[in-house]
Design a protein around this ligand. Sequence first.
Ligand code: HEM
Length: 270
Amino acid sequence: MSSTPKKQSLLDMATQKIVESQLWRSIFRHGYPDTPLNQSLVMMGNVFLHLHPVKVSRQAMKITYTWCMGGISFFLFLLLTITGVFLMFYYVPHPDVAYQNINQLNSVVAFGNLVRNMHRWSAHLMVVSVTLHMIRVFYHGAYKPPREFNWVVGVLLFFVTLFLSFTGYLLPWDQIAIWAITVGTTLAPYTPLLGDTVYKVLLGGSAVGQETLIRFYVGHVILLPLAGALLMAVHFWRIRKDGGAAGPPPAPSRSIKAGAEKERIPTGVR
Ligand code: HEM
């Protein structure tokens, strides 16, 4: 008995033609990822999928495991960069015009008030999300080997975030900004060994003034964002190499034998 081959529908034929075309195969080099080998090959052969490890812990994929605090911090960083570039078109870092520019942004510039507030609120939120992310990582013990280097990179990112917030605070050049930074920078001379140097480098003089404003501006729009972007690139690459977010540790063999142990250990000794 010979079985007649099943007739292909037009859609099946079109799909097959596309999947077998040179264009398709130049982008997707492997078949459907239905075997562990194919899954690995697909992940490694595609630049976007390659950003993720081939295997991740099922538990660590749950949204309630990380609360996506790292992802939210990254999103806020991107939002801050975009809104910050918009603000740069209207802001001149000079004591004569800085405050006026900010007022104009609030009242005259189209969408100025909205974008300025997006920038301010994202900055506050980023400090909160990075702190919560750090607490989450600590709570899960994800700072332990092999992730100890990434913890150090994270600590640097935490300081970059705080300094971005600190330097940005001076830019509106209003009374609250000038006095907050005056108070903040008065702490600098108490830095062990380097106290006076740190104070002079930060202020550019003996009090908050024009030199301070330009220093904080350059730090806020160039140096710190660049340092942040570089550190984030290392941070994400390290997460990828360490196999994604650390899942919970494997159940200790004791808990498997717990039932048997219960029978041996008398109550009160446990
Ligand atoms: C701008 C700041 C930061 C960004 C954008 C960021 C981003 C991320 C992302 C997206 C992840 C993947 C898992 C998750 O979302 O929780 C992650 C993991 C991690 N982050 Fe951060 N992070 C930042 C700051 C920090 C800080 C301040 C620390 C600690 C001091 C830290 C330490 C770590 C460690 C150790 C991991 C691996 C966690 C694990 O394997 O479970 N990061 N980070």
